[in-house]
Ligand binder design. Structure first.
Ligand SMILES: NC(=O)C1=CN([C@@H]2O[C@H](COP(=O)(O)OP(=O)(O)OC[C@H]3O[C@@H](n4cnc5c(N)ncnc54)[C@H](O)[C@@H]3O)[C@@H](O)[C@H]2O)C=CC1
Ligand SMILES: O=C([O-])CC(=O)C(=O)O
Length: 334
């Protein structure tokens, strides 16, 4: 029997990331090749002309899964009855900025959209925040949507995970998906902790520890971490625009795994509501390794060994999240 269409929202729909993201969602890469979608596309009034062009192109792709396209600048219409939301719409940073410098400009968008989620979306909606500073925007969004479980909100650190996985895969000369279980801890910022100490690699059919194959502790504790931490800034310096194709790919990977579940024995990183696991701060959106079942509920992977090196890095990024949260709460009170 044919599936009923689901309503999927993409905000910032006239922007860079959405241009790649919409293609993949419409093609069936996220919700499955047999899942029809009704696309809700939100942007601000001055972008409605550009959005019209995006709608034309989506139509011209002749995707069979797209049942309806709703371009709008009205939050009620955008959030009405949605089952999944990609909250991308926000200002991107420019060269020389940290992502938290966007907080004052962007966090109010997520306060308003939290309220809209609360009022109009399905209570089971899965929300992925991409707009920066993503963790703290997701925290605010959830705070203003008290009728929706906190577990339904997440922020994107999958791009960091993909970057980390790819750095290792190129170094070991294996395909990117042969590397698994790299972890991103904490904030999607330059304090994040990319951790390869639990990572595995499939070498000609044999699963080995990445650390044993690379045999280069100095790299994994040094250049590997800083490359991933600074990759967003490096893309901006080169492109004069922030990453878009790779951000869209990561958003698809994140939502696909949330919707369909993770592969047995593997975990992925998502910034989710922290319960204080691993003694990191609670009540912030902290990126953890998670596993997801067919019920679409994520669970933080427990019991991983944390050494002193990791402890210090996990604490540092946790402190930054606590500070960002305080700053965001005071912006929202204005
Ligand atoms: N979490 C992550 O890994 C990543 C996050 N980002 C962030 O994603 C965000 C979007 O990036 P781009 O698409 O490159 O930016 P962009 O500037 O190309 O597009 C953003 C779009 O959002 C729209 N917008 C602004 N306010 C809005 C509102 N209240 N409601 C709906 N739409 C609104 C703008 O009009 C624009 O069309 C930025 O904050 C960027 O820093 C980017 C890459 C990776
Ligand atoms: O660096 C930026 O501002 C955009 C972003 O979040 C990333 O590429 O990771």
């Amino acid at each position: 029997m044919a599936k009923e269409p689901i309503r999927v929202l993409v905000t910032g729909a006239a922007g860079q990331i959405a241009y790649s993201l919409l293609f993949s969602v419409a093609k069936g890469d996220v919700f499955g090749p047999d899942q029809p979608v009704i696309l809700h596309l939100l942007d601000i009034p001055p972008m409605m002309g550009v959005l019209e062009g995006v709608v034309m192109e989506l139509m011209d792709c002749a995707f069979s899964l797209v049942r309806e396209i709703i371009p709008t600048c009205d939050e009620q219409q955008a959030f009405n009855d949605i089952e999944a939301a990609f909250l991308v719409g926000a200002m991107p940073r420019k060269e020389g900025m940290e992502r938290k410098d966007l907080l004052a400009a962007n966090v109010k968008i997520f306060k308003s959209q939290g309220k809209a989620l609360d009022q109009f979306a399905k209570k089971t909606v899965k929300v992925l925040v991409v707009g920066n500073p993503a963790n703290t925007n997701a925290f605010i969004c959830s705070k203003y949507a008290p009728s929706i479980p906190k577990e339904n909100f997440s922020a994107m650190t999958r791009l960091d995970q993909n970057r980390a996985q790819s750095q290792i895969a190129f170094r070991l000369n294996v395909p990117a998906n042969n590397v698994t279980n790299v972890i991103i801890w904490g904030n999607h910022s330059s304090t994040q902790f990319p951790d390869a100490s639990h990572a595995l690699v499939n070498v000609n059919g044999t699963i080995k520890k990445v650390g044993d194959c690379l045999n280069d502790d100095a790299y994994l504790k040094g250049e590997f971490i800083t490359t991933v931490q600074k990759r967003g800034a490096a893309v901006i310096a080169a492109r004069k625009l922030s990453s878009a194709m790779s951000a869209a790919k990561a958003a698809c990977d994140h939502m696909r795994d949330w919707w369909n579940g993770t592969t047995e024995g593997q975990f992925v990183s998502m910034a989710v509501y922290s319960d204080g696991s691993y003694n990191v701060p609670a009540d912030v959106m902290y990126s953890f390794p998670v596993q997801i079942g067919a019920d679409r509920q994520w669970k933080i992977v427990q019991g991983l060994e944390i050494n002193d090196f990791a402890r210090q890095k996990m604490d540092l990024t946790g402190q930054e999240l606590k500070q960002e949260k305080e700053d965001a709460l005071s912006v929202c009170q204005d």
